[in-house]
Write a protein that binds this ligand. Structure first.
Ligand code: FEO
Length: 167
């Protein structure tokens, strides 16, 4: 059985994953209407779906453990970007916030001696290592590319391969 504070914290995480899904959906949509960013758009459409799965996994766990998973109210995410670089910076920033939040949950689980939740959260700990790594690699690549159009062409062409490597 989840404690009240653990249930509340897990529900906050549900909201954060839902916000991630919305934020990445908005990135996908913005990228889709830019010339030549089809690969980036595809990447974020899939990333958005993945975040929804993260959210669902949490909701099912909360209910399974005798709590009540709450579908959150969401604000509109950022829908337009100055450019691809600022969008990927936002992506990394967002993933770092998620990692911090997961770490706080792990901390709480240990404090409460809630080993079932602690065990459940390990999947998220590992997932965040991968997510942050991918976001960092992509930001580094964009830094190298700078304003080079052919570099950007290759970045867009190859971005889906970085996703496949993640799995
Ligand atoms: Fe589910 Fe990308 O954090």
């Amino acid at each position: 059985m989840l404690s009240k504070s653990m249930q509340e914290s897990l529900n906050n995480q549900v909201k954060l994953e839902a916000m991630s899904s919305q934020a990445y959906l908005a990135m996908a949509s913005w990228a889709e209407i830019q010339p030549g960013l089809e690969g980036v758009a595809e990447y974020f459409f899939l990333q958005s779906e993945e975040e929804r799965i993260h959210m669902l996994k949490l909701m099912r766990f909360i209910n399974e453990r005798g709590g009540f998973a709450i579908v959150p109210t969401l604000e509109q995410p950022i829908v337009t970007y100055k450019g691809i670089k600022s969008m990927f910076e936002e992506f990394l920033k967002h993933e770092m916030i998620v990692s911090d939040s997961i770490n706080d949950l792990v901390d709480l689980a240990l404090k409460e001696k809630d080993y079932a939740t602690h065990n459940f959260l390990q999947w998220y700990v590992n997932e965040q290592i991968e997510e942050e790594k991918s976001a960092r690699i992509l930001n580094d690549k964009l830094e190298l590319i700078g304003d080079d159009k052919s570099g950007l062409y290759l970045f867009d062409r190859d971005i889906m391969q970085t996703r496949q490597k993640k799995r």
